[in-house]
Design a binder for this molecule. Structure first.
Ligand code: NDP
Length: 462
């Protein structure tokens, strides 16, 4: 049976996906990670679109892959040697159908428009999944904070905010952190926003605890990824306790993933950064983790120093953690850090569950391996939604001039992760041939998509 999809007549769902992707690639040449993110989502949601005339008539998919607007600007600042430096700044406001734009800022030399469009597109579906009223956006700069002094980072953040401030606001667009943007950077950005606007409001999340921040916001993404793994494992009668886990990265998400895994009785044996991986078969204990936090957040050193500090551990230069045998894997560094070879290593070495703290850390080929082997695979837009969920709670705290205790936030985080998991199961369960496999990719994409599509249809053609 042929169906008219987004202005074209197509025979099958696969044809419809191909025709749609041809158009996306032609309209955004070179933005390969954006194409990858869109393809993954469109494969999941096309069957839903093909059955819904209102989504077709309103051209929901065509509208969702074009940002509401993109703001691009020059960031000019002065380094410690008195030299003028020039960077590119961006904010991609992707979709605000269900709430104000919300999404992090990334400061990393690899940042470009395609990377931020991929992250903003993922953010739209993720924020919809959280059950909180938040649209999706993402921003950042090709500025590299590595090796910069505090003064340089502050001057850069101030210059960045000089342009961004007139495009954001508590009910317009609320940025937060991401790679290269943590508590220090949010502080400098907020200070400059206040200076420019004479306003103290919830324009950013991830703020300091004494000036409007939420308890457990730094912990939320990592803790949430572990809660999501816990929920997936429970569907197979398994738990976290006694399991061996590999974690990549050593920044915000990685640190709190390790912390929660340890609290729940798992042994974490790896961490990494862009230079390589440390393997510690004795496990990363709370004492060792405190040392890593000081290394990364205060001294801003390299993970290779861990091997020199702790006997029995080793540093594998230029390697990723995925060859180390484990039961559970938590990619928590960056996009496409698990390829098909890594995925096969993980599965062959006994990994039964992958919960993504990072955004899109697995390539399409790696995901295909996880699906074929039917392991528990939680995609980032579901598994790492804990961070933006607690950011959502921070927004409500700021709007209501109130505070929540750490315990209240933790309970809310658990509740939200459990509800995201339940939604993924609802839309991702594949019944048939006596199996009850949950395809969490389909589940997350469809659950996130339907809420936005309904809102867009109800709000008319805009
Ligand atoms: P951080 O900047 O705190 O840490 C990033 C870590 O990843 C560092 O160890 C960094 O190593 C490593 N890394 C970055 N780029 C690469 C690369 N190209 N290859 C290998 N390692 C790399 O960032 P976060 O922990 O905040 O973010 C990590 C991931 O989690 C990202 O994908 C982010 O989008 C995602 N995420 C973060 C959320 C949050 O709340 N912070 C929320 C949801 C998702 P090095 O120091 O060498 O660069």
């Amino acid at each position: 049976m042929s169906t008219v999809i987004e202005g074209r007549t197509t025979a099958t769902c696969g044809d419809a996906v191909e025709a749609f992707m041809e158009r996306v690639v032609a309209q955004s040449p070179g933005e390969t990670v954006f194409h990858q993110a869109v393809r993954e989502a469109v494969r999941s949601v096309m069957p839903v679109v093909m059955e819904n005339k209102a989504y077709q008539d309103s051209r929901i998919l065509d509208r969702m892959v074009v940002p509401d607007r993109v703001i691009m600007f020059r960031v000019t600042w002065v380094d410690d040697q008195g030299q003028v430096q020039v960077n590119r700044g961006y904010r991609v406001q992707m979709n605000a159908a269900i709430g104000p734009y919300k999404g992090g800022l990334r400061f990393h030399p690899s940042v470009n428009l395609g990377v931020l469009k991929f992250l903003a597109f993922e953010q739209v579906l993720k924020n919809s999944l959280t059950t909180l009223p938040m649209g999706g956006s993402k921003g950042g700069s090709d500025f590299d904070p590595r090796g910069k002094s505090d003064g340089e980072v502050m001057r850069f953040c101030q210059a960045f905010m000089n342009e961004l401030y007139c495009h954001i606001g508590p009910d317009i667009d609320v940025p937060a952190g991401d790679i290269g943007v943590g508590g220090r950077e949010i502080g400098y950005l907020f200070g400059q926003y206040r200076k420019l606007t004479h306003r103290f409001n919830g324009v950013l999340t991830g703020k300091g605890i004494n000036w409007g921040g939420s308890r457990l916001r730094p912990e939320a993404t990592g803790y949430g990824a572990v809660y999501f793994a816990q929920a997936m494992l429970e569907t197979r009668g398994e738990g976290i306790e006694g399991k061996i886990a590999t974690v990549s990265g050593s920044g915000n998400v990685a640190q709190y993933t390790v912390e929660k895994l340890h609290q729940l009785g798992a042994q974490v044996v790896t961490l990494s950064d862009s230079e390589g991986t440390i393997v510690d078969r004795d496990g990363i204990t709370p004492e060792k983790l405190e040392w890593v936090k000081e290394l990364k957040n205060v001294r801003r050193g390299r993970i290779s120093e861990y091997a020199a500090r702790f006997q029995g551990s080793k540093f594998l230069k230029g390697k990723r953690p995925w060859s180390a045998p484990c039961d559970l894997a938590f990619p928590s560094a960056t996009q496409n850090e698990i390829d098909a070879t890594d995925a096969r290593h993980l599965v062959e070495n006994g990994c039964i569950c992958v919960s993504e703290g990072a955004n899109m850390p697995s390539t399409e080929e790696a995901i295909a391996v996880f699906m074929e082997k039917k392991i528990l695979y939680g995609p980032g837009k579901a598994a790492n939604a804990g961070g933006v969920s607690v950011s959502g709670l921070e927004m409500t705290q700021n709007a209501g001039c109130m505070r929540r205790s750490a315990d209240e936030v933790d309970q809310a985080l658990k509740r939200i992760m459990t509800s995201i998991h339940a939604n993924c199961v609802k839309y991702g369960k594949e019944n048939g041939n006596g199996s009850s496999f949950v395809n969490y990719v389909n589940g997350a994409n469809i659950a996130g998509f339907i809420k936005i599509a309904e809102a867009m249809v109800q709000q008319g053609v805009y």
